[in-house]
Design a binder for this molecule. Structure first.
Ligand SMILES: [Cu+2]
Length: 153
């Protein structure tokens, strides 16, 4: 809003200068300044409406179910801002692969429980070491990432 006020002042001043200095020429110049003023006002409002402060968020991850190869792994994800307020309507991206061979996971499901709680279901179908990468993205927040290394029995 400071920028807005500043622009407004400069343009009005310029307009006044033109009015006093140029006399008759004002009639031809003035519409241009009105258009410029309108343009600045509109673009400032558009900028203010579309600008978002990209605050960091906090991603907490907890494994709910014991990791065994014949059951899907259930991972609870809790997403809050730095003040601890839950972040809803986030997109959670998950990916898992085995660390000792080229084997990505097959089945991934993500569900929102509300209150910043999300459930990620992964099918870690082989016993051994897995790396799980989780990424959360929400409007107005910086994306956050968390990686887990787990051992599937
Ligand atoms: Cu494997």
């Amino acid at each position: 809003m400071i920028i807005y006020a500043l622009y407004l002042e400069i343009i009005i001043d310029t307009n006044n200068v033109v009015v006093t200095l140029l006399g008759d020429a004002v009639m031809r110049i003035r519409p241009f300044f009105w258009c410029l003023l309108a343009f600045v006002c509109i673009s400032t409002l558009v900028f203010a409406a579309s600008y978002r402060t990209h605050a960091p968020n906090i991603l907490q991850v907890r494994i709910v179910q014991g990791l065994v190869s014949d059951k899907p792994a259930i991972i609870e994800v809790s997403l809050t801002d730095t003040q601890g307020l839950p972040i809803e309507h986030a997109q959670i991206f998950s990916h898992a692969h085995m660390t000792n061979m080229d084997m990505p996971t097959q089945e991934i499901r993500t569900k929102s429980l509300g209150q910043g709680q999300y459930i990620v279901q992964l099918h870690l179908f082989m016993a051994g070491p897995w790396a799980i990468d989780l990424k959360a993205q929400a409007d107005g927040f910086l994306p956050s990432q968390q990686s887990l290394c787990v051992q599937v029995e």
